[in-house]
Design a binder for this molecule. Sequence first.
Ligand code: PMP
Length: 428
Amino acid sequence: MQLHDLELSALQDRIAAARADFEAFQALKLHLDMTRGKPSAAQLDLADAMLGNLGPQDVFTASGEDARNYGGLQGLPEVRALFAGLLGAPPEQVVVGENSSLALMHDCLAWAMLHGVPGSTQPWSRESAPAFLCPSPGYDRHFALCEAFGIRMIPVPMTGEGPDMDVVEAHMRDPAVKGMWCVPLYSNPTGEIYSPETVRRLAQMPTGAPDFRLFWDNAYAVHHLTPDPAVLEDILPACAQAGHDDRAFVFASTSKITFAGAGLAFFGGSPANVGWFLEMAGRRSIGPDKLNQLRHLRFFGDAEGLKRHMDAHRAILAPKFDAVDAALRERFDDLAIAQWRRPRGGYFISVDARPGTARKVVTLARELGIALTPAGATWPGGHDPQDANLRLAPSFPPLEDVRTASQGIALCILIAALEAERDARLNS
Ligand code: PMP
């Protein structure tokens, strides 16, 4: 049923009932946080063996190098081989960074602005108004990087199979468009998966800027929530096949695999891009922490070990996503108010509330003691033109809290929609 099908008196009755539920929730004096996609303590515990798996005799690499010393800028070959699958790149086209892929994205942007990238005729900062396409809703920290570097952001709608490629291709003719953010697998926050057709078009499209880059953030490469993982087409071979070898910078990390503060981050790209990255990185550091690389190697052993570990994450995470989905379905089974999809992986559930109500939902949730990501955060500049999108992050709180918080959030979405409908009728 649609809200406008309800008689005004029935609408008023529903508001009264929902407000009574709200008061009952308020009496619980909750303190719940669904704001950020952090792994829970139980997930971090899964990698605890890594805290003590390196002894004094065990600090030598496969080639006999002492991992305690300087050097090895690109990362150990055996570690690059283990994680190459996350990037869809051969090990020789992978760099192991420190503990944050966001930091690598930051560095790539900074270097591009200061020096340009392979194929640039001048640094990006010399362009009159360099711009990035920003599939939206998207990852707020990507947008914050653009803001920090004065890069103009152009929102592009999502389709359920990645960004709207007609819109992308239309913008691409503009030489000021230097880059595009992509979270191609289990996108943050919509959870969608770029289709093979989307990947192909991104690789093939003509671009006005000869030095255009896809910032391909494969943060959720192995973070599946179902036993039948989705398959994402690898971007690097697709670009190479299209004759655009240097188009993609690929990023990934183990932040949500081992430790979110002490994992490994990765950069992948064409030989020219990897050469450029190492040239820049070599001025910034004499080499990365290879002991942490060895800890990861000893802990996983091989790709099969990595897969088993992600299955253990899934066992903890999937019930939390189920709990959010169940709470939303329970509340909205007879009223078409909120739209969401149950993601097959990643860390978020994106819910579209009634347009014009997302900010009110966040305020109501706060009154219930439930912290939500600020409305608008998933859009460039913090501005959701529909004021509809909410990003729910169920990974961190215990399952029981996720259940309670989701029921509270669903109630807030309902109240905001019912009252907006009532106000619209009374004001018309
Ligand atoms: N990219 C995306 C899409 C993310 O969701 C996150 C974490 N929320 C990151 C990057 C951050 O990655 P890292 O910890 O490697 O910096």
